[in-house]
Ligand binder design. Structure first.
Ligand code: PEP
Length: 252
């Protein structure tokens, strides 16, 4: 277990201006300062708005859902890491299965985004996860090992300070089917062992490994009680302030 606890809400392509104000205001009203880092990842265009609302709360930080792999230039429609950093964003979610599936993000693109983020002082929530077929044919460890190998194992030990890993089995994302706590724990321990073999025990213990995939207020406690689960990446339930805040409080 890492000594950091972290819960991130990925709002995906949801909320408009007034919904974002309402959701953020409710989260602020219901949450209290603790040792849990709370991250909100609104759509890019709502980041300044949400950022202004949480400006006085040191325990709530901003995350982005994506960055361009390029530094700057003629890339119509893209948003750079620096632009987001200049708006107060501290984290970016990279490697999410929706970016891999719908936007063709390869391991190579994801690695170049990870490097771009770190060099721009953004921390990274790196998502990995196997599909249902992989799990049914019991090759999930091989899939995760290959994803970790192509991404964080390419970094230096120093750069690992800026990495959070999110294990998100694709079959659990947005499906209402959560990995059993023992299944999630097994994979988190496996990821930590890969980090320990490559970087050593100390770094492996420092990197938070969070779980994502249909985490709700009624299953978070059991998941977060597992030895190697340091928090959650929350999709659907992050759009409901009461559920989201309850999840941030589901640590023992
Ligand atoms: C996600 O998209 O990262 C996610 C975990 O979604 P959900 O919580 O809705 O399964």
């Amino acid at each position: 277990m890492s000594n950091r606890k972290l819960v991130a809400g990925n709002w995906k392509m949801h909320t408009d201006r007034s919904e974002a104000i309402k959701l953020t205001t409710e989260i602020i009203r219901l949450s209290k300062m603790s040792d849990v880092e709370i991250l909100l990842a609104p759509p890019h265009c709502l980041i300044p708005l949400v950022g202004n609302l949480i400006a006085d709360l040191p325990y709530i930080e901003l995350a982005a859902q994506n960055i361009s792999e390029h530094k700057s230039g003629a890339y119509t429609g893209e948003v750079s890491a620096h632009m987001l950093h200049s708006l107060g964003v501290s984290y970016v979610i990279l490697g999410h299965s929706e970016r891999r599936k719908y936007f063709g993000e390869t391991d190579q693109i994801i690695l170049s985004k990870i490097r771009r983020a770190i060099s721009t002082e953004l921390k990274v929530i790196y998502c990995c996860g196997e599909g249902l077929e992989d799990r049914n044919t019991a090759i999930q460890n091989k899939i995760i090992e290959a994803q970790i190998q192509s991404s964080v194992l390419q970094l230096t030990p120093d750069q690992m300070q800026d990495i959070v890993i999110a294990y998100e089995p694709i079959w659990a994302i947005g499906t209402g089917v959560t990995a059993r706590p023992d299944q999630a724990q097994q994979m988190h321990a496996f990821i930590r062992s890969i980090l320990a073999d490559h970087f050593g025990e100390q770094i492996a213990m420092q990197v938070p490994i969070i779980y994502g995939g249909s985490v709700k207020s009624n299953n978070a406690q059991e998941l977060f009680a597992q030895a190697d689960i340091d928090g959650g990446l929350i999709g659907g339930a992050s759009l409901d302030a009461e559920s989201f805040v309850a999840i941030t409080e589901a640590f023992e």
